[in-house]
Design a protein around this ligand. Structure first.
Ligand code: NAD
Length: 237
């Protein structure tokens, strides 16, 4: 029986590159997204709004039944940028519903299959913004929270052969990035100039790190955060 992998937010952007990588690595990939996938690197498309807890739980439980699901990549994420004075306190809840609550629901749905298999790999896609970034109160809180969840799950699940790690991308040229960092905006130009490798990343750069954490050989690596950021998280701000 071939192993199954679930990639949330895999319809486009970084998630699409992760779906491609895991398909090439031999997994049957299910993409969970509210949009129809823009690529063919999947065996199943599960269309659901991840901010709807009940619908997400139901869809994933149906998918996991009878399947050897041993990989989960919590990649879907949203950003609601705003200066702190204008940050609607409710935006914390809206961002957390997708960036924090959905990963927990997805994890709970795959755990019975992973425990039955006696092995599993969970990868949470966080962000370098977990370390702080202007105009990102709700987003930074959610991604820093995801690091805490990653380490907690690693401690609880290691005894079942399940590893849990996070990949924190730096600026990656996707629709999400371009929407909140418009090309040509002086703030965007400043970001690129401060990246030590002097370029934005590609979705494939992130998929490379996810491929490692999802590999059988990565079984002694858990609870870690790997920044895929062109060196942006080192040195002074
Ligand atoms: P993107 O917007 O291009 O793609 C995100 C995908 O998630 C889309 O397919 C979207 O439909 C899906 N999605 C969002 N909300 C959903 C919901 N409620 N229900 C179902 N699907 C939903 O974003 P991306 O740039 O590819 O980002 C992917 C991940 O990487 C996110 O977690 C993001 O926070 C993180 N990240 C991105 C960057 C970057 O520079 N692009 C940097 C750091 C972290």
């Amino acid at each position: 029986m071939s192993d199954h992998a679930i990639v949330t937010g895999g319809a486009r952007g970084i998630g699409a590159a992760i779906a491609e990588r895991l398909t090439r690595d031999g997994f049957s990939v299910a993409v969970v997204d509210r949009l129809a996938p823009e690529h063919d690197f999947l065996s199943e498309a599960i269309e659901v709004d991840l901010s709807d807890a009940g619908a997400t739980r139901a869809a994933l439980e149906v998918y996991c039944k009878g399947r050897q699901v041993t990989r989960l990549v919590n990649n879907a994420g949203i950003v609601l940028p705003a200066p702190v004075e204008e940050t609607d306190p409710l935006s914390i809840d809206a961002v957390a519903a997708v960036n924090l609550r959905a990963p927990l629901i997805c994890l709970q749905a795959v755990l019975p299959a992973m425990k039955a298999a006696g092995r599993g790999r969970i990868v949470n896609i966080s962000s370098r913004v977990a370390l702080g970034k202007e105009l990102r109160t709700a987003y930074a809180a959610s991604k820093a929270g995801l690091h805490g969840m990653t380490k907690t799950w690693a401690l609880e699940l290691g005894r079942h052969g399940i590893t849990v790690n996070a990949v924190g991308p730096g600026p990656i040229a996707t629709e999400l990035f371009n929407a909140v960092n418009p090309p040509g905006d002086p703030r965007t130009d400043r970001i690129v100039q401060t990246i030590p490798v002097k370029r934005t990343g590609t979705p494939g750069d992130v998929a490379e790190a996810v491929g490692f954490f999802c590999s059988e050989g990565a079984g002694f690596v858990t609870g870690q955060v790997l920044y895929v950021c062109g060196g942006m998280t080192i040195g002074s701000a």
